[in-house]
Ligand binder design. Sequence first.
Ligand code: ADP
Ligand code: MG
Length: 287
Amino acid sequence: MAHPKRGAARASGAAAAGAPAGTAAGSGGSPSTAELRAGLPLVTVRDLNVAYDGPAVLDRVDLDLFPGEMVALLGASGSGKSTLMKSLTGFAPVSAGSVRVAGHDVTNLRRGELRELRSDVGQVFQQFNLIPRLSVLTGALGSAGPLNLIGGFSSTHRRRAMELLDRVGIAHKAKEPARSLSGGQQQRVAIARALMQNPRVILADEPVASLDPKLADSVLELLRGIATEDGIPVLVSLHVLPLALAHSDRIVGLRAGEILVSGETSALSAEELAPLYEEVEHDDDDE
Ligand SMILES: Nc1ncnc2c1ncn2[C@@H]1O[C@H](COP(=O)(O)OP(=O)(O)O)[C@@H](O)[C@H]1O
Ligand SMILES: [Mg+2]
């Protein structure tokens, strides 16, 4: 296994959290956003600039993610949401600024540290990325599973994967092939797989874009419950405003690569958020 990353309290908290999705989060006793943000951030981005070949795709972006908060990343298609997520795991061409994630200086990684960084960041994608013919249990095992020829798989890993499948409400499907599950169920398996690596941060890039609205709500509730119960910051990109309003503690809104809006969800009005979706004027300047 990789380096030990967390104390017993975290691990047992995760194991004990067998409640069905959506029951624990938000119902009394949850810390306020101000309380969450009183601690140290797990992700700090400052003055980030990312450019592929042409002009900047992200420009002067700042972002903090604190333990336990669910942050919605909003913005029209092409505004830079995926690029911002990629820059947190060293996949984007950063041209200026600093990116710190779970203690890693992403723009200055030591030799071999990229692997550690990626093992600290659990990722969930729009298309679930499960292998359709393999069992749900194998999907949840992820890189700890039988496809990992170096490590093989242990009964400890299997037990942990089963606990996580139970947590996401899919344990009864463990032996079924992934393809037999609905989209919402497959996304739950993908979330279990992300938890399997004991992430310190979770990035979910459009995790509900392929799901119908009811399933979208339940998957976002599940992610928010994980943020709250495990103290893991979850950054979730969404392009549907009502979902962000219903399921986040904070909203960060990108428009053409710049942060236009950033604040507590409960304090943001529809008028403040509307410009995120207005047509962007394209000019042909160099910058
Ligand atoms: N690999 C890449 N090479 C060149 N341009 C890219 C690449 N990935 C994204 N872009 C450009 O960066 C901008 C932001 O894209 P992206 O981060 O995917 O936005 P979003 O996720 O908000 O839709 C877009 O203009 C897109 O065309
Ligand atoms: Mg995207």
